[in-house]
Design a protein around this ligand. Structure first.
Ligand code: FES
Length: 172
């Protein structure tokens, strides 16, 4: 019998984990960005189709692929719903905390799952403008909290994974 205690996920997290929205790749994406590491599986990839309306850049379509946990899938799903149809400048303002709140909360050990989702979005937005050779006034030059935290997460994941590989080579 398993002695593991299930994580206290909210009904919203469980619902979106079972029936996530906007899953898959986008063949006509304007930009693709990823956050996390494929090495251990905690990874999310976002596809954005950006269009112009009244001289503003909008997220016309957004989809995701997640190789993370239930919380990551739910966070990515709700994130795509929240920014679809929004101006890029509005989407940029989304924080990981808003995502967690929309999900009805996340267990603290799962905060990083929503950080990865927002980190991927902010990377995608930044990468889009870098690709265009533009820098809109609302886009900060320095990295946002989520971009920084995503980099820290990635470094940590890589360190843990290489430690695991070393250990496995010795004992394997
Ligand atoms: Fe790593 Fe959720 S994405 S535990």
């Amino acid at each position: 019998m398993s002695t593991r205690i299930p994580l206290p996920y909210t009904p919203k997290v469980l619902e979106l984990f079972k029936n996530p929205k906007n899953v898959g790749s986008l063949s006509d994406a304007s930009i693709v960005a990823k956050a996390g590491s494929p090495a251990c599986g905690d990874m999310i990839r976002l596809y954005l189709k950006v269009s112009k309306k009244n001289n503003e850049d909008y997220i016309e379509k957004i989809t995701f692929e997640s190789y993370g946990c239930a919380a990551n899938i739910a966070a990515a799903s709700i994130l795509t719903e929240m920014v679809k149809g929004k101006k890029m400048s509005e989407a940029w303002k989304i924080t990981w905390k808003q995502i967690a709140d929309e999900l009805g909360g996340l267990p603290p050990i799962k905060f990083h799952c929503s950080i990865l989702a927002v980190g991927a979005l902010k990377r995608a937005i930044r990468a889009y403008y870098t690709k265009q050779g533009k820098h809109p006034p609302w886009l900060p030059k320095s990295l946002s909290l989520e971009e920084k935290q995503t980099m820290e997460e990635e470094e940590l994941i890589e360190k843990l994974y290489s430690k695991y590989l070393k250990y496995n080579t010795k004992t394997g």
